[in-house]
Design a protein around this ligand. Sequence first.
Ligand code: PDD
Length: 286
Amino acid sequence: MSRIFYLNGRYLSRSEANISVEDRGFLFGDGVYEVIEIHRGALIDEVRHCERLDRSLAELRIDWPMGQAPFARVLREVIVRNKVENGFLYIEVTRGVAPREHVFPNPGVRPSLLISAKSVDRQKSEITAQKGIRVISLPDLRWKRVDIKTINLLPNVLAKQAAKEEGASEAWLVDEDGLVTEGAASNAWIVDQEGTIHTHPVDHSILRGITRTTLIDIIASRGWRLKERRFSLSEAYAAREAFITGALSLVMPVVNIDGNDIGAGVPGPVSTELRRIFHDMAIRTH
Ligand code: PDD
């Protein structure tokens, strides 16, 4: 089945959905995005994703491309037209189309909006989760406001590619103090030998992952110990368990970092349980 893309007010086929050569997203990476999981036809944590999109737009002083009620309707229409049962929505908003000048267009132009939906093979990711993934570490070369979900992803792209070339699935980014910030496209977590779960606190040096936020609620509801604190690579090597979270990876066990097995080198009970219950606890909307 050919995919349908929503672009600036129209539902278009792949070949019809073209952006302008003067779109500021294309020229400057001047835009933001969101990825929302679709689980059994429902959107996972839609409100939190829309709130984060609102914040990213506000930080960059880009207007909402449409009202929030019609926007919510378009999200559903894109899912229906693409017949996605399990997969994800991709939303991108750029500052719009204008002759190439670094400063914002004045008078302002209408932001560009792209929404697409794609199916994923759930079984394949379950098989991956049963085995766990390998991670490599790399220096965090990104700018100082990665809390804004911008489409400027070059360091993330290069880190992911380096991971792939080393037979790993994700790269953990390490700051100048030797502490792990997050993954190239996920948040990073460890479980120490006492069973306490650790993840980087929310500040400008990580993306406040929606999966992360929901998982913190789940951990609290279970009464498990959580510390939002920075951890080092050597703490990660010595951890009992490690895992990543994101709208695409959900909760994905990490079994090896830089060639060091984590725990027994197989997915641990905490990450396995959190993955199992994630969808029961996350907020679904149809
Ligand atoms: N990435 N950190 C980074 C750098 C990310 O790119 C992502 C998600 C996350 C996790 O955020 P969330 O739980 O809201 O998905 C953390 C998306 C999935 C992507 O770029 O494809």
